[in-house]
Design a protein around this ligand. Structure first.
Ligand code: 13P
Length: 237
């Protein structure tokens, strides 16, 4: 049995839940993609391109390295694989990435508006802003370079202009929750904007406190991974 099987099973399970929840825009389509970083390796398990989630099996999940070389799986990996790999390269705290076409976040993406900090539990989880990654055609180098530039802000959710959303996190379960929180604030913000009345945001000192807690959580994960890397290097020496 391959050591990647557990990751493939988990990527499929989360993808199915997202699809059934309508987070890929339709429940029967193939939009969106999901990946997980293999612990201690520059390798990811990622959904195949253009395959329906309800028909996907664990063995359909692709395992590729950071140079896009196929390690396991007979399908072509998602066309957004370079975007996922760029995410893992920029963000050491990140071990899972989910790209969705969720409806309300997509509606804000066409307004090209970042979502400000609105609720404390959401800001604590995902950061102070849901920024907009500028539009570039799906699957292009322009898109993955734009993603890499934005991810440096250390938040967990992004809108991709005229396309959809991107959430990054410490594992697939937490990243799934970030997808849900993003949809919650997107619904609320859309309704508030539609009212035409001013939107109230969290006070800045509160936002700074919450973001500091989020960064501390990320730093713990970075330290854990750095310690693992050092241990592996020591064992090899
Ligand atoms: P894939 O089917 O190749 O993952 O592409 C779907 C998508 O959403 C492109 O942005």
């Amino acid at each position: 049995m391959s050591r990647y099987n557990e990751y493939r099973r988990e990527v499929l399970e989360v993808s199915r839940r997202l699809s059934e929840g309508g987070y890929f825009g339709t429940k029967s389509g193939t939009a969106g993609n999901v990946s997980a970083l293999i612990e201690g390796e520059e390798v990811i398990a990622i959904t195949p391109t253009a395959m329906r989630y309800d028909l996907m099996r664990p063995e359909d999940i692709c395992v590729i390295d950071f140079h896009l070389q196929r390690i396991e799986g007979s399908h072509q990996p998602s066309i957004e694989s370079p975007m996922h790999i760029a995410g893992y390269q920029v963000r050491r705290d990140v071990n899972a990435i989910i790209h969705t076409h969720q409806v309300y976040a997509s509606s804000i993406s066409i307004l090209n508006l970042p979502i400000p900090p609105l609720f404390d539990e959401v800001t604590l989880a995902i950061g102070d802003i849901v920024d907009v990654i500028p539009y570039a055609l799906s699957g292009t180098r322009e898109l993955h370079e734009a993603v890499a530039r934005k991810l440096a802000n250390r938040c967990h959710c992004y809108l991709i202009q005229n396309h959809g959303a991107l959430c990054v996190g410490e594992d697939l379960e937490n990243t799934f929750t970030y997808v849900e929180l993003l949809e919650k604030i997107s619904v609320v913000y859309s309704h508030a904007l539609a009212s035409g009345k001013p939107v109230s945001t969290l006070p800045r000192p509160v936002v700074e406190k919450l973001v500091a807690s989020m960064i501390a959580r990320q730093d713990i994960e970075i330290d854990r991974k750095d310690a693992l890397t050092r241990r592996a290097a020591a064992l090899r020496a």
